[in-house]
Design a protein around this ligand. Structure first.
Ligand code: SPV
Ligand code: MG
Length: 438
């Protein structure tokens, strides 16, 4: 009598297959029937980055790899559900998770397997190649306008919340592109997209945030940033300018590969929202702003580009009802997203808006900018139904005081040694920021 083959569960967050994956599969194959638990796009996006290929494409590839008998969906980075469902005799995972953020996930999986006598098998991690390294190389190869443009909608469909940081030039955009933090239990955290803020870009140009930095100059910044990044960009379009001009702006941004423009419902001399009612600012009429949105929508070429309508009612103290009425009207006019802004220190008015907003039958992604109410956690925003969080000015706000400190130190000491030691990165570090490809 032939014995039933042992079942071997192999979780894989695979995008591009490399020899490390093949090694794991080979080990698994020697133990029995190989069931790959292929991470869904959502599961991968929840702890690292968007995969390049869709789940279906990745599944088609892995199904045809020698040694793989079946592929099932691994819907979260936690293995409990699938382990209990399939009760494998073995689970195979590379040694790389013994230390670091996946340590607890590993301990849990081992304990669950032990319930039915299952075992964890851990082949030596293949050094010198990993999906993360492949992604770094791909970043160096670059992207195309279409790919970059479409990425924001893809992120919105896969992530609980899309995390966006301000950039005001290529260097700050590189920080948004590359910075990663490993958090125990939460995987690797990074930013999903770049916000080209009018406030910080104007400030970097030494100009007030009153639509004074013109579009040609801002497009140069877009281009500088696109030169060194592959992440999608949300462009701060201020008021969008006069409607007849806005339709051209939409097409220009779309052509370059910008994913979305956010326009605010103000007219005349626009000042930064964080002034609140300290300066005089005029809100546009619902009709005129709806017209701007719908003509903008008509002028775009792809289905992927997004026009996000920003409501200033709370900033201008026009009340919650006005904000909600405008949200409904802007969505009807075709807005692909709603940004609600507040300059209250307390998050309650934003959370109240979010709660009321959930009552709309047909909703579009909701965007918030927690600058004044920065105590709020992303998980609270997720619970409130927020889809995009923009950290709108923090890199510039961090950089400026650091530069002032270095300048003051040089003046105080009559030399650069103290500034160099206390406030500066080393010259060798700065030379390493940018890859020298010559
Ligand atoms: C920006 O970053 O330029 C914004 C957000 O528009 S705020 O500064 O809060 O108005
Ligand atoms: Mg702005």
């Amino acid at each position: 009598m032939t014995q039933k083959k042992k079942l071997v569960y192999v979780p894989m967050a695979v995008d591009f297959i490399h020899p490390g994956h093949l090694n794991i599969i080979k080990v698994a194959q020697e133990l029995g029937e190989v069931m790959v638990g292929l991470f869904t796009d959502k599961a991968i996006a929840s702890y690292k980055r968007l995969p390049f290929m869709s789940y279906e494409q990745r599944k088609a590839v892995i199904e045809n790899v020698k040694g793989v008998d079946q592929v099932v969906m691994q819907e979260t980075p936690d293995y409990e559900d699938n382990l209990r469902k399939y009760k494998p005799d073995y689970m195979v995972h590379g040694t790389d998770w013994r230390e670091g953020p996946l340590k607890d996930v590993r301990a849990k999986a081992i304990a669950i397997l032990a319930e039915w006598g299952g075992q964890m098998v851990e082949p030596e991690y293949t050094k010198g190649i990993s999906s993360t390294e492949l992604h770094v190389h791909l970043r160096e190869i670059g992207t195309t306008p279409q790919l970059r443009l479409a990425k924001l909608r893809r992120l919105l469909s896969l992530k609980n919340i899309v995390r966006v940081s301000e950039a005001h030039n290529a260097l700050s955009a590189l920080i948004v592109e590359k910075t990663e933090v490993k958090n125990p239990g939460r995987g690797t955290q990074s930013f999903d997209a770049i916000w080209l803020s009018s406030l910080t870009e104007s400030t970097a140009h030494g100009r007030p945030d009153i639509e004074l930095v013109d579009l040609s100059s801002r497009l140069k910044t877009v281009n500088d940033i696109f030169e060194v990044t592959v992440k999608p960009m949300i462009f701060d379009g201020d008021t969008g300018g006069i409607t007849e001009h806005f339709t051209y702006t939409v097409r220009t941004l779309e052509r370059l590969g910008v994913s979305a423009v956010i326009i605010e419902d103000k007219k005349g001399l626009k000042m930064n929202s964080l002034f609140g009612t300290d300066v005089s600012q005029t809100q546009d009429s619902v009709e005129a702003f709806c017209n701007k949105i719908s003509l903008g929508k008509k002028s775009q070429v792809t289905n992927d580009f997004m026009i996000i309508a920003r409501i200033e009612s709370l900033i201008l103290k026009k009340g919650m009802d006005d904000a909600l009425t405008r949200a409904g009207a802007y969505m009807k006019a075709g807005a692909d997203g709603i940004m609600i802004h507040s300059q209250a220190k307390d998050q309650s008015e934003i959370l109240q808006f979010c709660k009321e907003y959930q009552k709309f039958e047909k909703k579009v992604p909701l965007v918030v900018v927690p600058t004044t109410y920065c105590q709020i956690y992303e998980k609270e925003l997720v619970e409130a139904g927020v889809n995009i969080v923009i950290y709108a000015n923090h890199l510039l706000r961090a950089a400026y005081p650091a530069m002032v400190k270095a300048a003051e130190s040089i003046l105080r000491n009559g030399r650069a040694l103290e500034a160099s030691n206390a406030h500066c990165m080393s010259v060798s570090e700065i030379l390493k920021i940018l890859p020298n490809k010559v």
